[in-house]
Ligand binder design. Structure first.
Ligand code: IMP
Ligand code: MG
Length: 172
């Protein structure tokens, strides 16, 4: 049995999601907001978040994949699913589960900018600092952790554990 140590409970996740939704709803009032969820990890966070927004919003997804070991990004990133909504002159907010090295997000931000959006910002449930390689500014952060490999609430290890309702630290 893998060793799962609780990091964020259901109640803590609800609080974090409500607070971020409140800030986004206020910051993007009157804007043409498009949320771009990063597959697959962000699907649960995104689905909870959009239901708490009080402003109109459109949703799309981008698929990113990196060739690397199972617990770290190699830096060789490619798109597995492109965005379908026209982003020109729109306010784009990327929704990510966790930012580790930041290389995936840097790649996605550069890609999104080629569509000439009005703005591009980043929202991540988890900000993992220890292995950061890219200098990126995360505009909305749910929870900061220094290190470790997290699973649950959309996050996986080898495609497992996404269905767990809370976030855990996986000790192997
Ligand atoms: P980055 O490019 O190193 O920032 O990696 C970001 C992506 O790697 C995230 O979107 C996740 O899919 C995955 N990832 C990074 N750290 C973890 C983790 O602790 N648990 C699960 N997935 C992770
Ligand atoms: Mg991901």
């Amino acid at each position: 049995m893998p060793n799962l140590i609780p990091v964020l409970t259901k109640e803590e996740i609800d609080k974090v999601v409500s607070e971020i939704a409140r800030r986004i709803s206020s910051d993007y009032k009157g804007c043409d907001l498009i949320l771009v969820g990063v597959l697959k990890g962000a699907f649960i966070f995104l689905s909870d978040l959009i239901r708490q927004l009080t402003i109109p919003v459109k949703v799309d997804f981008a698929g990113l994949s990196s060739y690397g070991t199972q617990t770290s990004t190699s830096g060789s990133i490619h798109l597995t699913k492109d965005i379908e909504i026209d982003l020109k002159n729109k306010d784009v907010l990327i929704i990510e589960d966790i930012i580790d090295t930041g290389l995936s997000l840097t790649y996605l931000v550069d890609h999104i900018k080629t569509f000439n959006p009005k703005s591009v910002k980043i929202c991540a449930l988890l900000d993992k600092r220890e292995r950061r390689k890219a200098d990126i500014n995360i505009d909305y952060v749910g929870h900061v952790i220094e290190k470790g490999f997290l699973v649950g609430y959309g996050l996986d290890y080898a495609e497992k554990f996404r269905n767990l309702p809370e976030v855990y630290h996986l000790k192997t």
